[in-house]
Design a protein around this ligand. Structure first.
Ligand code: KIV
Length: 259
């Protein structure tokens, strides 16, 4: 039986010059399908938008993340599983963050949690890492902050924005995160960040110089008509499902199925 990857396996991929392969997973069957091919499965709070049709990730609860985290851990045995901490579950105090992150790890069996933010949550990251919880950071465009940005636009286009991303990256690394997601920033800034930090930087919409890549699995398998521009579609599962259902409906109506 395969031994599940650890945060140290992920960290050592950067020193070995090997890209870290990540995808989101929210359910047992998807986790089973992805597990052997990826290094890291992210139970992203994007599940609020992808699975439940919410307009943003802000309405996702700790309980919902725990349910999906459990399913993904159960469906995997190779990849490191990281569970996103939802908005409001770690910002109030370091103690609140430890309580919720600890609960997520204990109840799901996942190996790490992911927190969005840089300088402003560095003390919180340090606190929970010191108490034994592996943390992945998330800087650049932070979807939980979309009301502040006024959308989900690319970051790093101005000097001020570039400096903020660099400060956040260093703060998260210094706080003890084992890795961080760098979302939707210019390719130039992403390359600069990756060269400057020691921990693996997992890019999404951040060019090909990052230490690893992550995509929302539903986007890359073609479950939606509209996806962010940076997504590459590797399959057309939506059309496959629609065609299968159309054929089934036709066969039931014509009494061709069952035979
Ligand atoms: O919630 C999520 O799926 C994420 C990825 C987009 C990185 O944070």
């Amino acid at each position: 039986m395969n031994k599940r990857k650890t945060i140290h396996d992920i960290i050592s991929l950067k020193s070995a010059g090997k890209p870290v392969v990540c995808l989101t997973a929210y359910t047992f069957p998807i986790a089973r399908m992805l597990d052997e091919q990826v290094d890291l499965l992210l139970v992203g709070d994007s599940l609020g938008m992808v699975l439940y049709g919410y307009d943003s990730t802000l309405t996702v609860s700790v309980e919902l993340m725990i349910q999906h985290g459990k399913a993904v851990v159960k469906g995997s045995g190779n990849a490191l599983v990281v569970v996103d901490m939802p908005f409001g579950s770690y910002q109030k105090s370091k103690e609140q963050a430890f309580e919720n992150c600890g609960r997520v790890l204990a109840e799901t069996g996942a190996q790490a949690v992911k927190l969005e933010g840089g300088v402003e949550i560095a003390d919180t990251i340090k606190h929970i890492v010191d108490l034994g919880i592996p943390v992945m950071g998330h800087v650049g465009m932070k979807p939980q902050h979309h009301n502040i940005y006024g959308g989900f636009a690319v970051q790093g286009k101005t000097e001020e924005s570039r400096d903020k991303i660099m400060d956040d990256a260093f703060a998260v690394q210094k706080a003890g995160a084992f890795s961080f997601v760098l979302e939707h920033v210019t390719n130039e800034v992403a390359a600069e960040v990756c060269a400057a930090v020691k921990i693996p930087v997992i890019g999404i919409g951040a060019g090909n110089q990052c230490d690893g890549q992550v995509l929302v699995v539903d986007d890359m398998i073609g479950m939606f008509e509209k996806t962010p521009k940076f997504v590459k579609r590797y399959a057309d599962v939506k059309t496959e499902i629609e065609n299968a259902v159309k054929t089934y409906a036709g066969e039931v109506r014509s009494r061709k199925f069952p035979r």
